[in-house]
Design a protein around this ligand. Sequence first.
Ligand code: SAM
Ligand code: SF4
Ligand code: SF4
Length: 342
Amino acid sequence: MSADHVAPPVLDRLERPVEDLRVSLTDRCNLRCTYCMPREMFGPDHAFLPRHDLLSFEELSRVLRAFVDLGVSKLRLTGGEPLLRTDLPDLIAMIAPLPGIEDIALTTNGILLPRLAEPLVEAGLKRVTISLDALDDETFRAVADTPLSVDAVLAGVQAAIDAGLSPVKVNAVLQRGVNDHQLEDLAGWARDTGVTLRFIEFMDVGTTNGWQRERVVPADEGQARIHARWPIEPVAPERQGEVAERFQYLDGAGTVGIVASVTRPFCRTCVRARLSAVGELYTCLFASKGHDLRALVRGGATDTELRDAIASVWRARTDRASELRSEGGLTGERVEMSYIGG
Ligand code: SAM
Ligand code: SF4
Ligand code: SF4
């Protein structure tokens, strides 16, 4: 569909358009964060997806074009660890020029950024989000279940800054009794380094990470602790549907965000779709099953058929899992975050 034939937005059953697409590029990862890919479940015998099952970059570009035609303007490339697809700059170069795509973001653990930051920028990537849950080696190693040290991630942060990626955001998932003592250190480091930090409440994604509500550090508490050290005040969201609540430091040292997925769910404004590495469309992070788009792509469907299939899944969408959790708790099967893309 060309730009002068823009269709009306496709709305789901709760009148939400589809605007963001999170694309998982692989279910593999070079870390084993206990809250995401616990080694007991993702050990040496785990059956990761075979390479030929993953969408090729050509197939992916075609699926992305269909989403763009339906209103998606923002892409987030994630995983698993997206930088394990070391030819990622080729994908960026293919999708960055697509008309209708206004923003491409990448979420990574940062470890391979020293090698890839520059080629990614040359290919057209503008910004990056790096996950870092602790600044001391002992806590980092316990959370990420790795012999690597924090310096490996910090080198990635520096490589991103040096390559000109802007903004560089850093995500930290806080768990009580595990790394919540790092909150002030992380905030202070981010202020000094000039990166934008966002604290994320520990979520019950998937069914293998041993989630317990007691381990969630509620946004209110995180906010109060930051405020006690460096006074902050709320600022307006950068755009509608933004998941992070933003606060600015009154001393002018930038902003800090909190993603309160558990204690202040934001399903009402959720405009995000997710695509697994094998091309399944998920309409919620907590969905139990996806809709197979790869079968359509590999089965010879036309662009119109592909677009119509996505639109009909979206129109039927009623998801509001985080609100339901607040009302009574989530039950049943849920796909793992490393598979669906965080
Ligand atoms: N490997 C990349 C990374 O770690 O940035 C991208 C994929 S990871 C699944 C995406 C984001 O999801 C990370 O920031 C990670 O901390 C977050 N995440 C994973 N499991 C989570 C959980 N149970 N609760 C909250 N956030 C989680
Ligand atoms: Fe890997 Fe990211 Fe999950 Fe950690 S959070 S295990 S780095 S996919
Ligand atoms: Fe969106 Fe589902 Fe998260 Fe609610 S629980 S904000 S519908 S992804």
